[in-house]
Design a protein around this ligand. Structure first.
Ligand code: HEC
Ligand code: HEC
Ligand code: HEC
Length: 163
């Protein structure tokens, strides 16, 4: 008799806590930013938790290094992020950062972070196989993907000028 009562009590407790958990999960789903992760890659350029916290510093640091010292590392390049973190629309076309489902936009809108990066940088991969790369404004500079050697040469040239 007592054992049976205990069992019923246990079921009731289990039911009410799991209902609570389900509620919490629902709330989480509504509140969390909505984005998809790359299908063709298992991992990011660094540990996911690290990326979540530090990607901004990585990119900003690299921007300074790139712009002022002429250092370019592919691994943490913004172009690399954009090429892998692609979200496609129903037509299979990569969506731009103006679409709230864009990987970089979803989280930033949620966190109310404003970026100016994409006024100059592309938010979608550069289409390959096109002879004339004339990105439409406002992404006019694109991520000058294929001119890294030209940038290096220019860097070398400028070094020469200083001496
Ligand atoms: C006014 C235009 C402009 C804005 C705004 C801008 N950039 Fe850039 N960025 C450039 C140019 C030009 C280059 C050098 C050419 C290139 O590599 O595309 C560059 C290069 C970079 C690079 C190195 C190349 C690469 O693909 O990684 C990174 C990283 C970068 N920018 C990050 C950022 C981030 C992050 C922001 C926003 C916080 C930003 N940029 C905003 C113009 C801009
Ligand atoms: C080769 C593909 C690839 C590249 C390049 C890449 N990522 Fe990732 N990224 C992933 C994958 C896959 C995950 C999810 C990993 C997981 O499930 O733990 C991820 C996770 C993340 C997360 C965490 C998302 C979350 O749900 O918490 C952030 C933020 C992120 N990436 C930003 C970046 C930035 C910024 C760059 C460029 C510096 C970049 N990624 C480059 C594939 C990539
Ligand atoms: C998991 C959520 C998440 C994702 C996904 C994400 N970001 Fe962020 N990002 C943040 C948060 C939160 C901040 C603000 C951090 C702060 O203010 O300390 C931020 C800030 C930044 C900043 C610095 C802004 C500034 O001016 O200080 C840059 C640059 C940036 N993110 C680039 C990117 C790029 C590029 C992508 C897509 C490849 C991306 N982020 C995807 C959450 C995310």
């Amino acid at each position: 008799m007592l054992a049976r009562f205990a069992k019923i009590l246990m079921v009731l407790v289990w039911a009410s806590t799991s209902a609570l958990i389900a509620q919490a999960e629902d709330a989480g789903r509504v509140a969390a930013p909505q984005y998809t992760l790359p299908e063709n890659a298992k991992s990011c350029v660094a540990d996911t938790a690290f990326m979540r916290r530090n990607h901004m510093n990585m990119l900003k640091h690299q921007r300074d290094e790139t712009m002022h010292k002429g250092i370019r590392t592919k691994k943490y390049s913004l172009k690399n992020c954009i090429n892998c973190h692609v979200t496609k629309d129903e037509a299979g076309k990569p969506i731009k950062v103006s679409n709230p489902k864009h990987f970089c936009a979803a989280c930033h809108e949620y966190a109310a972070v404003k970026l100016d990066c994409f006024e100059c940088h592309r938010s979608t991969p550069m289409e390959t196989g096109k002879s004339a790369q004339i990105p439409d404004i406002p992404e006019h500079t694109g991520l000058l993907a294929d001119n890294s050697s030209a940038v290096k040469q220019l860097g070398e040239y400028l070094k020469g000028v200083k001496q």
